[in-house]
Write a protein that binds this ligand. Structure first.
Ligand SMILES: *[C@@H]1O[C@H](CO)[C@@H](O)[C@H](O)[C@H]1NC(C)=O
Ligand SMILES: *[C@@H]1O[C@H](CO)[C@@H](O)[C@H](O)[C@H]1NC(C)=O
Length: 391
C-alpha cells in the first residue's frame, strides 16, 4: 500500500512538469542502469539519447492525434545510434555494412538426416548500397508442373528429408482475420527475455518455439537454455556463430542430434559466446524434426493449428527499435532483407488491420512487456519464412 502511494506521488512529481534534458537523461541512466567510462563518453551518449528521444516524442505527438497506429517509448537502446544498434543486435557489420552471412536467412542449410519439410525457401542478401533488399532467388513461388510434381514425389519416396515446394494462396482478405489466436493467453509462452548486446535472437526464437511446443504436447511450460544453443551449435555441423548470428533450423537439428536441450535454470544465459558445457543429465525438451514454410496463409494456419512459429523480419527501423504499443506498421521496412528472428505467438484483427502477435528478445521495457503487434498490411518479412519444431 505504502509503496503504491509513494510511487503515485513520485510519478506525479515527475510528470506534472516537463523535464529538462538533464533530468530526462538522469532518469534514463538510472532506469537502465547505465555507466560510462568518462565524461566525454557520457556527453556523446547523452547527445544520442536526446536525438532518439526527439524522434520518439515527434512520433508520439502524431500518435496522440490518431495519425499513426502505434506508440513509441524509450528503452535500453536509447543511448545507441542506429548504426551501433544494427551492429550490436542484428549482426550488421558496422565497418562494411554487409549483413553477416550467418544470419537467419542464409543460403547454405546444414545437410542432415533430420526429417523436415520445406514448403518454400528463400534466401536474401542485405545490400548496403541499396536500401531495398535484393532477393538472391526469385521471390515469386512458381506453380509446380506435373513433371516437377512427379520428380518431387520420387524424391519424397526415396529420401527421408523431404523437399516439397508448395504453392500457396497469399491472402490479405481481412475476413480471414476475424478469429484470433493468442498462445500467450493459453499459457504456452514464457516471458520475453533480453538478449543484451549479443546477436542471439535466433537462439531465443528457437528456444521459445521449443518451449511452447513442449507445453502444447505435455502441459508443462519450462524455460529452455538459449546459452546451450549459442555454445553448442558452432562448428561445421551447425555453423551458427553464437552472438554473431545463427539460424533456427540448425538449432532444432542440434536438439534432435543431442537428444535434448538444457533448461534455462541449469544452463543460464550469459549474453556472450562460451564453450559448450552441455551434459547428458541436463536433457529437458526434445525435437524430432521441424516444418518450414513461407506465406502468410501458412503462417496463420500453423499458428492456429500447431502453435507458435519462429519467424524473421527486418528490424532496422528506429520505430521498431523504440516500439512501445499498438499495431506496428512501417513504410520503410523491407520484406526481403530480414535480419532479426522472433517468435510469432498469435494473430488477430483490430478494425481493418490484421496483425501478428510476436514475442521479441529485447527485454520487458521494449513493447508491451516484450511483445508486439505487427500489421499484416506490411509485415516486414514476417510472412516470408516460418519454422516450428516437432517435439
Ligand atoms: C535497388 O534494388 C532494387 C531491387 O533489386 C533495384 O530494382 C534497383 O534498381 C536498385 N537500385 C540501385 C540504386 O541500385
Ligand atoms: C562467437 O563465436 C563464433 C563462432 O566461434 C564466432 O564466429 C563469432 O565471431 C563470435 N562472436 C563474438 C561476438 O565473439
Amino acid at each position: 500500500m505504502n509503496v503504491i502511494l509513494i510511487f503515485a506521488v513520485f510519478s506525479f512529481a515527475v510528470y506534472c512538469h516537463a523535464l529538462s534534458s538533464q533530468e530526462e537523461w538522469n532518469n534514463f541512466k538510472f532506469q537502465f542502469n547505465k555507466n560510462y567510462k568518462d565524461i566525454d563518453e557520457e556527453n556523446h551518449r547523452m547527445q544520442i539519447f536526446l536525438e532518439n528521444k526527439a524522434v520518439i516524442d515527434r512520433h508520439n505527438a502524431k500518435y496522440k492525434r490518431g495519425l499513426v497506429t502505434f506508440e513509441m517509448g524509450m528503452n535500453q537502446y536509447g543511448d545507441r545510434s542506429q548504426i551501433e544498434f544494427e551492429s550490436d543486435l542484428l549482426g550488421i557489420d558496422e565497418a562494411d555494412g554487409i549483413r553477416l552471412d550467418a544470419l537467419i536467412t542464409r543460403a547454405e542449410k546444414p545437410e542432415g538426416s533430420l526429417p523436415h519439410r520445406v514448403s518454400t525457401y528463400y534466401t536474401v542478401r542485405f545490400d548496403a548500397e541499396n536500401s531495398t533488399a535484393v532477393p538472391k532467388t526469385d521471390p515469386a513461388p512458381k506453380p509446380l508442373s506435373v513433371f516437377d510434381g512427379f520428380v518431387r514425389l520420387m524424391k519424397m519416396l526415396f529420401r527421408l528429408s523431404m523437399d516439397v515446394v508448395e504453392t500457396f494462396k497469399e491472402t490479405n482478405e481481412i475476413e480471414d482475420w476475424d478469429e484470433s489466436v493468442d498462445w500467450q493467453r493459453r499459457g504456452a509462452v514464457t516471458p520475453a527475455k533480453d538478449q543484451g548486446v549479443c546477436g542471439s535472437c535466433w537462439a531465443f526464437s528457437a528456444a521459445g518455439a521449443l518451449e511452447s511446443h513442449q507445453f502444447i504436447k505435455t502441459g508443462k511450460l519450462t524455460e529452455l537454455s538459449v546459452q546451450n544453443l549459442i555454445d553448442c551449435t558452432t562448428g561445421p555441423d551447425y555453423t551458427n556463430l553464437g552472438c554473431s548470428g545463427g539460424i533456427m533450423d540448425a538449432s532444432f537439428k542440434y536438439v534432435f542430434d543431442n537428444s535434448g536441450i538444457a533448461k534455462e535454470i541449469d544452463y543460464p544465459y550469459e549474453k556472450k559466446n562460451g564453450t559448450c558445457r552441455y551434459e547428458d543429465w541436463m536433457s529437458s525438451a526434445s525435437c524430432s524434426g521441424y516444418i518450414e514454410f513461407s506465406g502468410g496463409e501458412h503462417l496463420r494456419e500453423a499458428i492456429r493449428d500447431r502453435g507458435p512459429v519462429s519467424v524473421v523480419l527486418d528490424a532496422r527501423t528506429i520505430e521498431f527499435r523504440f516500439y512501445k504499443s499498438g499495431i506496428y506498421i512501417s513504410k520503410r521496412c523491407s520484406d526481403w532483407s530480414t535480419n532479426h528472428a522472433v517468435l510469432a505467438v498469435g494473430y488477430g484483427r483490430k478494425d481493418d488491420d490484421g496483425y501478428w502477435l510476436i514475442k521479441n528478445s529485447w527485454g520487458p521495457a521494449w513493447g508491451e512487456n516484450g511483445f508486439s503487434k505487427i500489421s499484416n498490411r506490411r509485415s516486414c518479412g514476417i510472412n516470408k519464412y516460418g519454422i516450428y519444431p516437432l517435439v
